[in-house]
Design a protein around this ligand. Sequence first.
Ligand code: GLC
Ligand code: CA
Length: 568
Amino acid sequence: MDKKWWQNEVIYQIYPKSFKDTNGDGIGDLNGIREKLPYLHDLGITMIWICPMFPTPMADNGYDIADYRGVEPLFGTMADIDALIAEAKALDIKIILDLVVNHSSDEHPWFKEAIANPTSKYRDYYIFKKPVDGQPPNNWRSIFGGSVWEIAEGEQLGEYYFHTFHKKQPDLNWENPAVRQEVADLVNFWFERGVEGFRIDAIVFIKKDFSLTFAPDGPDGLADVNLGGANMPGMIEFLAELKERTFAAYDKVSIAEAAGVPYEKLDEYIGRERGVFDMMFDFKTTEFDLQTEGIWTSYYDWDVKDYKAMMYNSQVEVGKHGWATTFISNHDQPRAASKYLRANARNPYAVKALATTYFFVKGTPFVYQGQELGMVNFKWDDIYKYDDISTIDQYERALLLEVDEDNAIELVNRRSRDNTRTPMPWDDSENAGFTTGTPWLPLTETYDEINVKAQEGVGDSVFSYYKEMIALRQHSDYSDTLIYGDFEPLPSSDDVFVYKRVAESNTIIVIANWSEEIQVETIPELGDIADIAAGKVVLSNYAEAEGALAVAGNQVTLRPFEAAVIAL
Ligand code: GLC
Ligand code: CA
C-alpha cells in the first residue's frame, strides 16, 4: 500500500463543550482550545478532531446542526475558528471537524422552510410520509428511543418526518441530488478554510429501505431502526460521489463512524482501491463487554481473552482491506480506564498497559481528551445530574424492563456517554481549572487527583507515558515499523497480549500483562536478542528504579500489569 499522510497522524479528540472555558459561562469554547494548543503540542499529537462546534440548539450537544457554515455563539466566532486553524498550523497541528449530515437540526433553516412552506424545494430535503391508518408509517425505533416518525409543530399536510436519532434531528434525504450537492459544497467550504478532513458522523444511516417490515423486538412494540435504515444497498454509491467531489479532489482525510459493517464488506468502505473512506472506526471491538452486540443491558463479567480475540480479529480483518483507526474511548463511550480494566486493575500500571496494547497496533491512533490522564468514570447516583439524552432514554427503558431504580442507575452509569463529557480537569482547584463559572456538567469526583497539573512533567505519570508512546511512534528509529509495519498476533497466556509489528528495517514486539499475576511468556522471536539491557526495551511502564524487564533467552517474566515494547 502506498503511504498516505494521514497514516502518520496521532489524533486528539476534543469535545469542545467540556475542554476549556475562557469566558466563565461554564461551557468550553474555541478560545479554550487555542489556549491549550501548547499543551497538545507538548503531548505530541499531530491532529485535532473537534466535535461539532456549529450553531446548534444543543439537543444532542451539537450533533444537531442548524448552520453548517457557522460557529455556535457559545463556542465563539468564525474569527476564532480561523485563528485556531492558523495557530494550530503554526505548531504543525492539523484540524479536522465533525461532518453530521445524516441529519440536521429541526432548527436548520432548510427544515423550518420545509414545514412553513411545504411546496418549497426544501420539503424534499427531508423524508416526509403520510400516516397509515392514522398511525406512523412504520414501527421502527429511533436510536434514542421512541418512534422514528414525528409530526412537526406547524405541519400543514399532516405528514410525519423521519428521524434516526432524536426528534430534533430530522434525517436529510440523500435520495435528493440537491441535498448531496449541498453536502459536498459545505465540505469544500471548510476545506477552503484550512480544515484537513472530517470525522463523518452516523454515515451508515443515509439510505433507508422502507419496503422492509419487522416484528417488534421490545415492550415498546417497536423494531430497531438499524434493520432497515443502516448499511443499506445503494449507500456506497452516494458516498463514492461525495468522495470524488470533496475528499479525493482536495486530498483530505475521511474517517467514518460506521457501525455494523460486516467484515466481508469492508472493501467497499475502506478498501485500498475502491473504499469510499480513508479509515473507519470498527465498533465491534468496543462491544466486548456485552453478551449480545448492541444490547447495552447485556453487560457481563468478561474475560481479557474475549477482548483480545476481538481486537486481534479486527486488526487482521481490517488489515486485509485497508487502514484502521485504533481507539479505546470517545464521546459516546465510557472512560477507557473504567471500561477496559477489570476491578482488580484500577491502577496506573494497568492504565499504561492498556495504553500500550491499543496504541501500537496498526492504524492511526486516537486519544480522547482526558484519556492521556487515565481518567475514570464518575459515580452519579441521581438521574437528574445526567445531561445525555441517550442515557436518560436508557434509564427509562431499563425501568420499563422492570429493572429497579438503583440497578438502572448502575447500568446507565457504567456506559453513560456523560462519563467522557465531564469537564477536562486541568488542576485540583474548584471546578478543576475548567471554568471560573459553574460547569455545565458536574466534574468527575476524582479530579483532585487525576488532573493535568498533577501529571504534567511528572516522570511516571500516565500523561508522561502517553507522551513517550507518541514520541516513540512519531520520532524514533522505530517509527517506520510502528506506523507502517504489519501486525501479527503471537501466542500468549489468556491475560497477556503479545504481538509483533514487522517491517523491513526491524521487528517490534509489544507485550502487556493485563493481570495482577506474574506471567511467564515464551516468545521465540526473542531468541536472538544478544543483550536485552542494551536499549532493546524501548518502552516500559515500570520505572528504571524498579528494575528492568526480566528476559532470559526467549522467556519473559512479566510483573503485574507490566507492559513493554522491545525492538529486535
Ligand atoms: C454519532 C455521534 C453521537 C451522536 C449521534 C447522532 O453516533 O457520535 O454523539 O449522538 O451520532 O448524531
Ligand atoms: Ca465559554
